[in-house]
Design a protein around this ligand. Structure first.
Ligand SMILES: Nc1ncnc2c1ncn2[C@@H]1O[C@H](COP(=O)(O)OP(=O)(O)OP(=O)(O)O)[C@@H](O)[C@H]1O
Length: 592
């Protein structure tokens, strides 16, 4: 039994309902009539607790209604003027939605029976916009029948229907009123008189008329059953597929660009450090005293493998077939196990040299070169270095040649060879007392400064792209959520709890994030494999795409992308969802 006690409602100064008290029966059909704008719909919303902004109290079966969502979901079915459908769901899904929100079990056999009775059994796979007004009304009645609501509220159930359709709808509602309380608001006094057990009139904010007593019936709810409502989210996403496809494509491009830039930069760093290791002069450096004085004796240091006086090799002149050669000249390190030759062997006596590949090619594979000291020395070319990163035109002489070059000895400069792996440390340590020069370190530093700049540009690009992605996700998600304002209001009017809706939205946002991240990572992993193993990037550009550990393993980058996207989609969903949670469902439903 539903009881209204001293209900009043005003919009600003305007009193719409003035101290209405009413005890409604458990079953039967009650009509409410009145002039346009007198407040009939407003009263109906209050009876169903869809509008809770009123003065007074509502009791159901002797208890004051406190939990609004619970009361609506368990007891109320509401027929609005064709607003009680969700466009993304089929008619069948729309009919079953109310039961699912209320967590009521329903069997396919009963659904079949109800829809056949209402002659809409062939329309179940259609979407709401594909149905006529009368068919929609019957689908709306099917919802109430399936949910077995004890109270059915109908706002203009026959509005916009021609008379034959109106009669069918009223007959069906009449059948429902044998077991439930059906309250109908209508402009049509004849129809109300024909079908309703009692007709009340709202006039000057007061409700007039008598209610006919009907037998008390015991209301039975269907069996409870837990429904997850994920299908609703899935259908909503499917409904927005074009927008989402655009969003996904954009995000996948951003992820792939980010991934390729990072792995390519890693690859360049790897290539530099690899070439540093394979460089002929990798452990060599020269030192000078800061006051430019001569070294009276050779220095010693734990990390020094070998030290000699330097020779002013730039004063040596070289020629080939009577033409002067201008190029770098260096001594090989004492132990030369790490040097790789593309041809020939290492020098074994003072008159043997090896050449870098570019010089060997420029001179068209010379057999001998002439070195001009006090005398002419015919130098045999016995080997050619392998092509490597620091490729320049260079001649490498044996350290044994130093014995014949005493005139070129430079007392002010020492040539130092570091022990394996200690080049950097020795460089740093000697730099404190001497001027230290190392071709390898200087070249690596040059490359590193260029790379640092490239890295900075890449990170700025990545930062901007991520920011734009975040904005785009936010914008697209917001439009998706705002377009659903009606659906959210409708779900609330079915008694769906706001918390449940919020959780659903967050799960939906997270699944979007997961799909974006998984898609982007799979695409990136595919391109990683393709460029390294099919396109053979190393052969074309001398680098490989390379994954470096960030925290735990080399696959951290995927995890990083994953977390970023989860956060981004969450942020994108949070704001519109929070706004959505605070909407006034009746204002939204009335606006349409
Ligand atoms: N959100 C609102 N703010 C201010 N006034 C409102 C609001 N909603 C409704 N009203 C006013 O309250 C009054 C009652 O509206 P209601 O829709 O209940 O009337 P009604 O009797 O159902 O009208 P109709 O028969 O034309 O549908 C109207 O004058 C309307 O303009």
């Amino acid at each position: 039994m539903l009881e209204l006690k001293h209900i009043s409602k005003r919009f600003e100064e305007h009193l719409i309902i003035d101290d209405v008290s009413l005890v409604l029966p458990d079953c039967g059909m009650v009509g409410i009539q009145g002039t346009s704008g007198c407040g009939k719909s407003t009263l109906l919303y209050i009876i169903g607790m869809l509008d809770d902004d009123f003065a007074g109290e509502i009791f159901y079966n002797g208890e004051k209604v406190m939990d609004r969502s619970e009361f609506i979901s368990q007891n109320i079915s509401y027929m609005m003027q064709n607003k009680d459908f969700i466009s993304a769901l089929t008619i069948k899904e729309n009919i079953t939605l109310a039961s699912q929100v209320s967590q009521f079990d329903y069997s396919p056999a009963i659904l079949q029976k109800i829809t056949t009775q209402l002659s809409i059994q062939d329309l179940l796979k259609r979407y709401p916009h594909q149905l006529s007004g009368g068919q929609l009304k019957r689908a709306s009645i099917a919802k109430a029948m399936l949910k077995q609501s004890p109270i059915i509220l109908c706002d203009e159930p026959t509005g916009a229907l021609h008379s034959q359709q109106a009669q069918i709808v009223m007959q069906e509602l009449k059948k429902l009123s044998l077991k439930s309380l059906v309250i109908i608001v209508s402009h049509d006094p004849l129809l109300l008189k024909q079908y309703c057990d009692s007709v009340l009139t709202l006039e000057n904010a007061k409700l007039k008329g008598r209610l006919k007593k009907t037998p008390i019936i015991q209301t039975t709810h269907p069996q409870p059953k837990t429904y997850s409502m994920f299908f609703y989210s899935f259908k909503q996403l499917l409904y927005q597929r074009n927008k989402l496809l655009f969003l996904f494509l954009f995000q996948w491009i951003v992820i792939v660009a980010f991934f390729l830039i990072v792995t390519a930069m890693n690859g360049v760093f790897d290539a530099i450090s690899e070439s540093e290791k394979s460089s002929v002069q990798v452990n060599m450096m020269t030192i000078e005293k800061k006051d430019s004085s001569a070294f009276e004796e050779l220095i010693t240091h734990l990390q020094i493998k070998n030290v000699t006086y330097d020779y002013s090799l730039e004063q040596l002149q070289w020629s080939y077939q009577n033409k002067d050669i201008t190029c770098f000249i260096s001594f090989l390190p004492i132990q030369t196990s790490h040097i790789q030759l593309s041809k020939g062997r290492l020098p074994q006596n003072s008159h043997e040299i090896i050449l870098s590949l570019p010089l060997y090619q420029t001179l068209k594979q010379p057999q001998t070169l002439t070195c001009l000291t006090d005398t002419k020395i015919e130098m045999q070319v016995v080997g050619v270095l392998e092509e490597h990163f620091f490729t320049q035109e260079e001649i490498y002489c044996s350290p044994l040649l130093q014995n014949e070059l005493s005139a070129f000895k430079d007392m002010k400069t020492l040539c130092v060879e570091a022990k394996e792996q200690s080049h950097q440390m020795l460089y740093k340590s000697l730099s404190q007392d001497y001027f230290v020069y190392s071709d390898v370190i200087e070249r690596v530093e040059n490359y590193q400064s260029i790379l640092s700049l490239a890295r900075l540009i890449a990170y700025v690009f990545i930062g901007i792209s991520f920011f734009v992605s975040l904005l785009l996700i936010g914008i697209v998600e917001s439009t998706i959520y705002y377009e659903r304002t009606h659906d959210v209001a409708y779900l609330l009017s079915l008694g769906m709890k706001r918390k449940r809706l919020f959780v659903l939205s967050i799960i939906e946002a997270l699944s979007l994030g997961i799909m974006m991240a998984i898609g982007g990572c799979l695409l990136s992993a595919f391109l990683y494999f393709y460029f390294n193993n099919v396109y053979l990037l190393k052969e074309h550009f001398g680098i490989l795409l390379s994954l470096h550990p960030i925290l735990l393993s080399q696959y951290d980058l995927y995890g990083f992308i994953f977390i970023c996207y989860m956060l981004m989609t969450m942020l994108g969903a949070l704001l519109p969802t929070r706004k959505m949670m605070s909407i006034n469902m009746i204002d939204v439903l009335r606006e349409e």
